[in-house]
Design a protein around this ligand. Structure first.
Ligand code: CMP
Length: 143
């Protein structure tokens, strides 16, 4: 079963949209396989955003993602990686279509409400960074 890593960023937690975001993925038909409210240590933030290390906004990115609690999640289902990205909308909320999460709740690229894995390789890497195997559940095949 395909899995992806999604995370409500500190701005989304402070705006009280965790429930709304979880609800959108539930209604779509995806299954929640793991979730936790947590503060990200700087070291984990640097690992998570490692591919952006040379970007001018790297420091800002790490500072923001460690500035308050995030809601980290693993979701599963058919084509969940690409579909979740569509449901999130464009990275910059000013380009994100209405009806998408960033289109509905975000204003700026730095504070864009939610993060989602962009490929199967990123999903495996990010799930492994944030969750231990025993923190993820299995659903019975009857469901
Ligand atoms: P995310 O999907 O979490 O992955 C990398 C993040 O970098 C992205 O969302 C944006 O929040 C952030 N980002 C991208 N471009 C910029 C920028 N120009 N300034 C600040 N943050 C940015």
């Amino acid at each position: 079963m395909e899995k992806t890593f999604l995370m409500v960023k500190p701005d989304g937690v402070q705006r009280n949209v965790i429930g709304e975001i979880v609800s959108r993925f539930e209604r779509k038909g995806f299954q929640l396989a793991g979730a936790k409210l947590m503060s990200i240590p700087a070291e984990l933030a640097e690992q998570h955003y490692g591919e952006h290390k040379e970007r001018p906004f790297f420091g800002e990115l790490v500072e923001f993602i460690t500035s308050g609690p995030v809601f980290a999640m693993v979701w599963q289902g058919e084509n969940v990686i690409a579909t979740a990205r569509q449901m999130m909308g464009a990275t910059n909320p000013k380009d994100a279509a209405p009806g998408t999460i960033r289109g509905d709740f975000g204003l700026t690229v730095g504070k864009n409400i939610i993060h989602g894995s962009d490929s199967p390789e990123s999903a495996v890497r990010e799930i492994g960074l944030f969750f231990k195997e025993e923190e993820l559940v299995e659903y019975t095949k009857l469901m």
